[in-house]
Design a protein around this ligand. Structure first.
Ligand code: AMP
Length: 424
């Protein structure tokens, strides 16, 4: 039989890579605690109807869909928001608002695999439900900023827009919602010519073309330009004003780099307000993104509930950390190997190993039954810091031999002083 491989687009994470993921996940979880987001764990498999209802054509076409043995149409989740919105309309329906929810785990999309693009990937996801205020939008941007900062990333920038600006222009010119969605999807893929072809009115096409020209590092200047540009479009103007309010809150409360792009769109169909993505220089893929979606919960049969959220692509954040050579706050815990000299010493050695672990040390116990020289050689190879050698003679005096494998020293130490000695 040939050696088995992973399914295309799916990866094994080993060693340092797995550790980087764990660190990012821990930081995301810490961020959730700091901002008061409660963690929820939802299923990987959901009804197809739920996942496809509002996600948009782009994602619908990339879902892993199958029938379960009970003939139900189900799919692997391509994102978290639909599941969280389901929760908000069922089990958490009566929870006081605002509702702040955090999730982390794998999601699945049949994307074309390449660096930073996989078919199974990890997201950390934050949703804030119940507020239509700009401070809620600001919170989502700020917590994303905090997470990136706490991971040690630098010179990243937020690309921010407002879906209401484009929709406001399109709807005032009589473009129906389905066509609006198609236009936005093409704009998301930067297929601007294709997007414009879908719009009949020349005036409207001209407006969108003009919008593409507005972008810049001075957010205030860009937002003012948008406000003037869409002055005759009531809804688009209100959207631009809302964007200005959000950005004012964000920039006045944090040190943050923002690039405003009014013609920026996102693949998911449910967005209604501010949208954003994060980038680092030299890496042309978004590390995360999110936005406001005020109609989703209602569409799922819940009370009208404004909401805003974001998802961070952990696989891509890991690439960004590598690119910027960020020293991940890996725990530099001392590693200890406990080695019994003889068979008769095994139980005692195990007991000592348990004691060291109880004191918080990482302990690898000798389970291969190797001779001492071989076991020590192996400990060296695996970068163990200390070997605790448990022999009959020392044990009679309540001691063991502690070998410092880095400094190449050894001494006999009373068992009750071991932790202190290793930690010092
Ligand atoms: P989205 O809501 O679709 O923008 O996804 C949120 C984040 O998930 C993106 O900003 C990416 O960081 C990440 N992401 C999306 N698709 C993939 C993929 N195929 N592989 C890895 N990460 C992805």
């Amino acid at each position: 039989m040939p050696a088995f491989q992973t399914v295309r687009g799916m990866r094994d994470l080993i060693g340092e890579e797995a550790q980087a993921f764990t660190t990012i996940i821990s930081k995301a979880r810490e961020t959730a605690v700091l901002y008061g987001y409660k963690e929820v764990i939802t299923p990987h498999v959901e009804p197809l109807e739920l996942l496809s209802a509002k996600s948009g054509e782009e994602i619908r076409q990339r879902m892993f869909i199958f029938k379960d043995l009970g003939d139900r149409q189900v799919a692997l989740r391509p994102e978290f928001t639909a599941s969280i919105a389901r929760l908000a309309t069922t089990s958490l329906k009566n929870e006081p608002k605002p509702l702040r929810l955090f999730s982390v785990g794998t999601v699945y999309r049949y994307d074309e695999p390449q660096r930073g693009r996989y078919r199974e990937f990890w997201q950390s996801n934050f949703e804030l439900m119940g507020s239509a205020k700009p401070e809620a939008d600001a919170e989502i941007v700020l917590l994303t900023n905090n997470l990136m900062k706490s991971l040690g990333l630098h010179s990243y920038a937020f690309k921010i827009g407002h879906i209401g600006v484009i929709r406001g222009i399109l709807s005032q010119d009589g473009v129906d919602e389905k066509t609006q969605n198609a236009v936005l999807q093409r704009m998301d893929k930067k297929e601007y010519d294709e997007a414009l072809k879908l719009v009949e009115s020349e005036k409207c096409r001209g407006m969108l073309r003009g919008l593409l020209e507005i972008r810049g590092n001075d957010w205030l200047d860009s937002v003012e330009q948008i406000q003037t540009y869409v002055a005759d479009y009531e809804k688009a103007k209100a959207a631009a004003e809302n964007l200005a309010e959000v950005l004012k809150l964000v920039t006045e409360s944090a040190d943050i780099t923002i690039v405003v792009e009014p013609a920026f769109a996102r693949g998911l169909e449910y967005y209604t307000g501010m949208i954003f993505e994060i980038y680092i220089p030299g890496l042309d893929i978004a590390l995360g993104g999110g936005g406001r979606y005020d109609k989703l919960i209602e569409a799922f049969g819940g009370e009208p509930t404004p909401a805003v959220g974001c998802a961070h692509g952990i696989d891509r954040v890991a690439i960004a950390l590598q690119t910027q050579k960020t020293a991940l706050a890996a725990k530099a815990e001392k590693k200890v190997a406990v080695l019994p000299i003889t068979e008769a010493m095994k139980s005692e050695a195990l007991r000592i190993a348990q004691g060291l672990r109880a004191a918080g040390l990482t302990v690898e116990f000798e389970v291969m039954g190797r001779k001492m020289a071989k076991a020590l050689e192996d400990a060296d190879k695996r970068k163990v810091d200390f070997a605790v050698i448990v022999g009959e003679r020392e044990l009679k005096e309540g001691s063991v031999v502690l070998k410092d494998l880095v400094k190449r020293e050894q001494s006999t130490i009373p068992i009750d002083k071991l932790v202190e000695k290793i930690k010092s």
